[in-house]
Structure formats: structure tokens, C-alpha cells
Design a protein around this ligand. Structure first.
Ligand code: ATP
Ligand code: MG
Length: 595
């Protein structure tokens, strides 16, 4: 990990301006699935959660059995499992039974191609029903699912397929050409299965999905897996460096199930939409395994981001629970309040966000336009499930990630693993023992061990502080924290302050080396529609941040940009801003969004 360079001694108090953040948003609504926090937190044990999971004989387990097969015998057979809306807004509905049939046919077909437990089978598809069926089919066989984001280009594909030694890729006609570009470099890749293939154009090693499943049986028993056998492997976002191949196991389903119940708060009648693509961990865990294990109806939207389309979808399907990301919310905010008011979004009852820090301004905006707080929650590809969250039963403090879930011990520690005092900055660390912690970094034991270099802790690579009510506040990636004139400043607080100014839509903040101050704060800013760059606006933004934060915490340099470099999962890549600024090598950019 690249967190060594900036040591946190645990002696630095969180700035008073942060500790002053006492704003609390009260919430109306249905009784949450987790109705009291303190009491459950004190007494909860993961053994209890196992009662909610169906085991196969001999203590064996299959996550796909829990997400799908068990719904066929508990009264949900004919319930809609998937509302699939394609890029042309055409809607198709699949019941749990229909999804199971589709899954089983593909599972049997994959088996006929020689797929065995432990084999890596990657899914490189747009958000079409086959993506969801494929993920479950692979898991049912005990093979390892490898989700790939459909916007990946050939280099990103090659890196992941080569590293994982994938045996099969399931793709579609529109994406296949990207695999063609690198196929020669992938000696382990035996078959490419293509949804919607032109049968005349198939080449050696290519198989039509439809032909493959046509004759296959729709009866398939789930492979009984040891809970510690791999379920999926997924590469991290690559925000801080080269993406890591994180390996998760079937036992993860316990955490996936419980967090979907507690944090997403899914109930029988919910229509739930997670906007994350299943090529990222949020999409795999929280649009497939977690919600379906709870028997929820899931929405898959193939279309791209467009404010009016998103609101229209919520209105059309009467979506009740909506899980999205700060970058999307900031773009929705930029699209304006009128755009919200043109739609009827009364069905919404619970909104969540993950992936990046959620600016308090966005939470306030959510209250204004949706009448609901947006529930930030924190986790990582490596943690396999949400660990810290603004639970529905707790008041939301805008800007805070919330509290550790029952069964999760989170702490702010120094480099020796000693907990620092309340209100002090430090490293965010978690006590190992939650069910879906990563089990390996694929073929990289050394990298895996780095997460545990502070004895007794899993280190997250993020810096944060905890307030006296036990809420956690994100400060920044350990690598991103800026040291200016002896003060530590997290990029997030500066970005959040800038975003509060009406002219600013998005901001990315870095530390730039400075002979006098160690580092100065530099901000890259995207302006809202109707604002133009000028020296007086820059000065105004500087004054504004000084006023909001502190004299030392304002950006001495501000550069107006049209776009900010982001990962394909929508995170601002501050390391790239820094590399460009300093004329340094950019490192791995396979995750960089390029359109
Ligand atoms: P890489 O590990 O390859 O650099 P990444 O860390 O962005 O990429 P992910 O696992 O997708 O890959 O993201 C996890 C990280 O995202 C967290 O460590 C944290 O920095 C950030 N993050 C996630 N949720 C939140 C949140 N609610 N608030 C602040 N930061 C968050
Ligand atoms: Mg990370």
C-alpha cells in the first residue's frame, strides 16, 4: 500500500470547524429493519446472522442458492426479481422462477464446456438480464465470477483477464471486438460466449450464447461449497494505483444479506435500484447477491446517466429504495431542482450513497428536493460489504459516513495500532472477523499481507476521525492528506466547501509541493452552467473557502477545468491531477474514464 509516506501520529486534533459539525437530519418513515442501534451493536454476534442463511447439508453453502433458489420455495417464485430496462427504455420483467430457469440453462451449458469449481469465468456485459443470470450461474457451479465493467477498453480487459487466468468470458456482440483486440495475448482464455452473436460470423473459440443455452436443461443443483471457497474476484477501482484482484468467498453472503437488510433496509414491497454497474463491487454485492438474498425486486437500467432519464425511471417503476454515488448526485444537483420537480418521485422512501465522500451540501440538497436525507455509507472492494453506515434508525449528520454496523469494530488508530482519542485524526482500521473480508489478493500474497501490517487490524488506507457520538468522518485517502504549513488538511473538506459555492459543480483538491509551506492546496474546479472563469471568481472562491474553513485551508491555486479525471466507477483521481500538475509519470491509468 502507498500509505507509508505520511505518518499519522494520532496527536493531531480534528479541526474545530469539523468537530462543530452538529447538524442533524431527523427522518420520517417506516420502521427500519434494524430499529435500535446501541442495544443490537452491544449484543450482536455473526453466529446469529447465520440463521438467516440457508446452508446445504454438511455445513456447505452456496451464495447463489441463497440469492435465488431459496426464493422459489418461500413464496417468491412468481414475484418479479428483475425489472430490466434497456437503453431504449424498453422494460422486461423476470420472476424469480424465470431468472432461475435462465440461470440454470446457462449453468448447465457452462458445465458442458468443462467449467469446474474454482475456474475463473468473467462477465463482460452491459446491464442486460444475461449479466445477472451469468453471475448467478457461475456461482452455482462453484466457479469464480469475474465481473468486468462494460466500458473497459482492451488494455483494462487484457490486464484483468491475464492476471486472473480466466477460462471463459461471457460478452455480447457490441463488446466482443474489444476482446478480439487482445485475444492473442490471453493463452488461458478457451471460450468467448457471445450474447446476440451473428452465427455466420463466429470464429474459433467463439460460441453463441443463445445456441448454447437452447438445448440446456433448466434444472441445476447448486454446488455445495465450503464457505471459504471463492465466489467472485473483482479488481479495485484503481484510484490510488494499479487495480488489485480482490478474492471473496461464499461465506460473504452472510454479510451481503445482513447489510442489505439493515443498511438498504429492503422490505418485501420495495422496488430497489442500485445505479452502480455490477462491474464494480457495489453493483455485484448490492444489485445481485444482497438484495436477492432478501427477496427484493431489483431494477437494472442499461441506459447511461442522464438526469431526466434517471428521474423518469424512478417515476415509471415507482422505485422505493435508491442506492447511488456522490458523483451522480452532484451531476443531478447540477441539472437543477426544476428537473426534479418535473417528475413525481413520491415513491422514494430511502436514498443511499457510496464510493466517495458525500458532500454535506449534497445531503442538504437531497432534503430539499426529495424530502429525504441521503444515507452515506462506507466500504471497499476489499471489505465485501458495507461496514460503516448512516443506518435508517440513526439520525444523519451531513458529511459523516455514519457508525460501524453491528458486528463491525472500527477504530481510528495511529501507526502502532493504538486507538487515538475521540476527535483526533488517524487511520481508519477494522478488527478482522466480519464475514466478507477479502480472503486474498489474486496471486499477490505480499499485497494481501500489507492490509494487516498493523497487528490486530485490517488497515483501510483511509484517514478519518470519530466524534463523541461514535460517528465516523472521512478525511481522505492516507496518500491524499495535505500537509500545509504544519496543518493537515483533507482534500474532501476543501472540495466540499468549494462545492457549496453556487458557481462550483465539482472540485478535486491536491497538495502541491511548496518550498515555504511544505505543500499548498491546489483546487481544480468545474463550474456550474452560467458561470465563466475569471480572476475575480477565483478570488471569490478563495475568500469563500477561507470563510468556510480556516485561513490555512483555502486553495492558494485554483484552476478551472472542463472535466476532472475520474475512474470509470466515478471517483476523482487525485493522483492523476497531482501527476499532471507536477509533470510526473501517471502510473496505471487502465481505470481512467475516457469518455
Ligand atoms: P484502489 O484501491 O484501486 O485505489 P479504490 O480504493 O477507489 O481503488 P474501491 O474499493 O472501489 O477502490 O473504493 C473504496 C474506497 O472508496 C475507500 O477506501 C474510500 O477511500 C472510498 N470510499 C468509499 N465509500 C466512501 C464514503 N462513503 N466516503 C468516503 N470515501 C469513500
Ligand atoms: Mg482502495
Amino acid at each position: 500500500m502507498q500509505t507509508e509516506s505520511k505518518r499519522i501520529e494520532g496527536s493531531q486534533a480534528a479541526p474545530a470547524r469539523l468537530r462543530a459539525g452538529k447538524e442533524i437530519v431527523k427522518k420520517p418513515g417506516l420502521a427500519p429493519n434494524l430499529s435500535t442501534y446501541e442495544q443490537v451493536y452491544r449484543s450482536f454476534d455473526w453466529q446469529e446472522a447465520k440463521k438467516e442463511i440457508d446452508y446445504l447439508s454438511g455445513g456447505k453453502l452456496n451464495a447463489a442458492y441463497n440469492a435465488l433458489d431459496r426464493q422459489l420455495t418461500n413464496g417468491r417464485r412468481n414475484k418479479v426479481a428483475l425489472y430490466a430496462v434497456d437503453a431504449h427504455e424498453h422494460l422486461r420483467k423476470y420472476t424469480f422462477q424465470e431468472l432461475a430457469d435462465m440461470t440454470n440453462r446457462l449453468g448447465n451449458a457452462l458445465r458442458s464446456l468443462g467449467v469446474n469449481r474454482g475456474d475463473r469465468v468473467f462477465v463482460y456485459l452491459p446491464r442486460i438480464p444475461e449479466l445477472y443470470a451469468a453471475t448467478l450461474a457461475i456461482a452455482k457451479l462453484g466457479a469464480v465470477v469475474g465481473p468486468l465493467f462494460s466500458a473497459f477498453g482492451p488494455d483494462a480487459l487484457r490486464d484483468r483477464l491475464l492476471d486472473s487466468e480466466a477460462k471463459i468470458v461471457i460478452t455480447d456482440r457490441s463488446l466482443k471486438s474489444k476482446i478480439d483486440e487482445v485475444r492473442q495475448q490471453l493463452p488461458d482464455l478457451e471460450h468467448v460466449i457471445i450474447v446476440g452473436a451473428d452465427p455466420q460470423a463466429l470464429r474459433q473459440g467463439e460460441i453463441s450464447y443463445e445456441k448454447l443455452v437452447e438445448q440446456a436443461s433448466d434444472i441445476l443443483e447448486c454446488q455445495a461449497m465450503d464457505p471459504e471457497e471463492p465466489l467472485y474476484m473483482l479488481y479495485t477501482s484503481g484510484t490510488t494505483g494499479k487495480p488489485k484482484g480482490v478474492v471473496h468467498v461464499h461465506n460473504d453472503i452472510i454479510g451481503q444479506h445482513m447489510t442489505s437488510k439493515w443498511v438498504l433496509d429492503l422490505k418485501e414491497d420495495d422496488i430497489y435500484w442500485c445505479t452502480a454497474d455490477p462491474g464494480w463491487v457495489t453493483g455485484t454485492v448490492y444489485s445481485i447477491f444482497g438484495p436477492w438474498s432478501n427477496g427484493a425486486s431489483v431494477v437494472a437500467y442499461e441506459g447511461r446517466f442522464e438526469a431526466s432519464n434517471w428521474y423518469h425511471l424512478i417515476q415509471r417503476l415507482k422505485i422505493t429504495v435508491w442506492y447511488t454515488a456522490p458523483t451522480a448526485l452532484r451531476m443531478l444537483m447540477k441539472a437543477g431542482d426544476q428537473m426534479v420537480y418535473k417528475h413525481n418521485l413520491d415513491s422514494l422512501r430511502h436514498i443511499l450513497s457510496v464510493g466517495e465522500p458525500l458532500n454535506p451540501e449534497v445531503v442538504r440538497w437531497g432534503m430539499k428536493v426529495f424530502g429525504l436525507p441521503i444515507h452515506d455509507n462506507w466500504w471497499q472492494t476489499e471489505t465485501g460489504m458495507q461496514l460503516i453506515a448512516n443506518l435508517p434508525c440513526l439520525a444523519v449528520k451531513p458529511g459523516s459516513m455514519g457508525k460501524p454496523l453491528p458486528g463491525v469494530q472500527a477504530a481510528i488508530v495511529n501507526d502502532e495500532g493504538v486507538e487515538v482519542q475521540t476527535g483526533q485524526l488517524g487511520r481508519l482500521a477494522i478488527k478482522p472477523g466480519w464475514p466478507s473480508m477479502l480472503r486474498a489478493i489474486w496471486r499477490n500474497e505480499e499485497k494481501f499481507q500489507e492490509y494487516f501490517r498493523i497487528p490486530g487490524w485490517y488497515t483501510t488506507g483511509d484517514n478519518a476521525w470519530k466524534d463523541e457520538d461514535g460517528y465516523f468522518w472521512f478525511v481522505g485517502r492516507a496518500d491524499d492528506v495535505i500537509n500545509t504549513g504544519g496543518h493537515r488538511v483533507g482534500p474532501f473538506e476543501v472540495e466540499s466547501a468549494l462545492v457549496e459555492h453556487p458557481a462550483v459543480a465539482e472540485a478535486g483538491v491536491i497538495g502541491k509541493p511548496d518550498p515555504e509551506r511544505g505543500e499548498i492546496i491546489k483546487a481544480f474546479v468545474i463550474l456550474n452552467n452560467g458561470f465563466t472563469s475569471s480572476q475575480s471568481l477565483i478570488e471569490e472562491l478563495q475568500e469563500f473557502t477561507k470563510m468556510k474553513l480556516a485561513l490555512h485551508a483555502y486553495p492558494r491555486e485554483i484552476e478551472i477545468k472542463e472535466t476532472l479525471p475520474k475512474t470509470r466507477s466515478g471517483k476523482i483521481m487525485r493522483r492523476l491531477l497531482k501527476a499532471w500538475e507536477l509533470g510526473l509519470p501517471t502510473g496505471d491509468t487502465s481505470s481512467l474514464e475516457d469518455d
